[in-house]
Design a protein around this ligand. Structure first.
Ligand SMILES: [Zn+2]
Length: 378
């Protein structure tokens, strides 16, 4: 510890403004205890015993109140010798859940506007700079806002494009659009050429590994952009075949130890969905599927949504059946929580990885929610 930091520490002990029992600090403490992700970016908390600082929504075990100091941001905390938590990455603001939410908001604005909104307008709608808004959008969806706007306009075409259909069939289904225009729009909208998409991920390299979880074997597939497949079942060989069927043209390689951290993150996502860490995803699908999957990611653990509600939420109320199909085709079990979609009458409905697993996932999330509400807040 340098002398400067030692001196800062002493000042900190003397100056209680960021740690005293004021109402403001009590509010901050409540946010820490309830892991309130909506407070992420508003302050950080530092723990004297571990010398680590975290965002309020961090999934780490809550510290003792007496060891906690609050700071406006990581820069302040570092002045006192605290280090950033490796789990919640408090300096990468906003966190993944918020970014996904902001991006979904921008998507909806694009979908509901008659003309493509400007970047400035999109940025204003979420309260970030155009630069950050653009970067966030690209990071979450893999495409730019402009490309997404193009893909929304051609959404009707895309929904008719399944992995088994030929691109030309899809084109001929709608003669109002010229073939070259269609290819150009598709290429921009998906972030890759339609032929690549139809051929099942040609050019992609996927490393995969499997692990045990309390709902069965889990196969995790990842590209250099993020996790592209989370498949659940009983038999590792069946899971591997499923992966190859979904990405028939991709190079599929069994991973060594390089996926160990990712596998751990995925298993903890299954076991403790509420405390899940940042997990970069490489979501690939038609624009319609991506809209459904992004909307699903906003359904919180312990909550459920009906297919019809989900269809409404993506601005396509008559598309319940297509929404159900998109849920069934979801390659990212639990990370894209299609287990939280139920029938309108409240019954479970189907699940690609077995209704028993759906039931056990939902039961656990409801139990955890009740436990959180009942547990004392200090
Ligand atoms: Zn943390």
């Amino acid at each position: 510890m340098t002398e400067a930091i030692r001196q800062k520490r002493n000042e900190l002990a003397a100056d209680g403004s960021w740690s005293d029992g004021s109402a403001e600090n009590q509010g901050r403490w409540d946010a820490v205890v309830s892991r309130d992700r909506t407070q992420d970016g508003l302050f950080v908390y530092a723990v004297i015993s571990t010398r680590i600082y975290c965002r309020p929504g961090c999934g780490s075990r809550p510290p003792h109140r007496k060891n906690v100091r609050f700071f406006p941001d990581g820069t302040e905390a570092r002045k006192y010798g605290f280090r950033a938590c490796k789990r919640c990455l408090p300096d990468d603001t906003p966190d993944w859940a918020s970014r996904t939410m902001f991006v979904s908001r921008m998507c909806r604005l694009i979908e509901t506007s008659s003309r493509t909104p400007t970047l400035a307008l999109l940025a204003k709608s979420i309260g970030y700079s155009p630069f950050h808004s653009h970067r966030m959008f690209l990071e979450v969806t893999g495409i730019t806002p402009r490309a997404y706007a193009v893909s929304v306009r051609t959404a009707a075409l895309m929904t008719s494009l399944s992995a088994t259909e030929k691109v030309t069939d899809a084109i001929h289904g709608d003669r109002a659009v010229s073939a070259s225009q269609f290819y150009a729009d598709m290429s921009r909208g998906l972030g890759m050429a339609p032929a690549t998409f139809v051929k099942g991920g040609k050019g992609m390299t996927i490393h995969y590994a499997t692990a045990a979880s309390n709902i069965g074997r889990v196969l995790v597939g990842a590209t250099d952009r993020g996790v592209c497949a989370i498949l659940i079942g009983d038999d590792p060989e069946v899971l591997e075949r499923d992966l190859r069927d979904r990405f028939p043209a991709a190079a599929i390689i069994e991973a060594g130890t390089e996926l160990a951290t990712t596998i751990t993150q995925v298993v903890s996502l299954i076991h403790e969905p509420e405390t899940a860490t940042h997990l970069p995803l490489d979501i690939r699908g038609t624009a319609f599927q991506c809209r459904v999957w992004h909307a699903l990611r906003e359904v919180r653990p312990g909550e459920t949504i009906a297919y019809s509600q989900l269809a409404e939420r993506i601005g396509n109320p008559s598309a319940s059946r297509a929404v159900a199909n998109a849920c069934g085709e979801n390659p990212l079990a639990v990370a894209v929580p299609c287990h939280r979609v139920v029938r309108s009458d409240g019954t479970l409905g189907g699940y690609r990885w077995g209704v028993e697993r759906k039931k056990s996932l939902l039961d656990r999330e409801r139990r955890d929610n009740v436990a959180r509400v009942l547990s004392p807040q200090t």
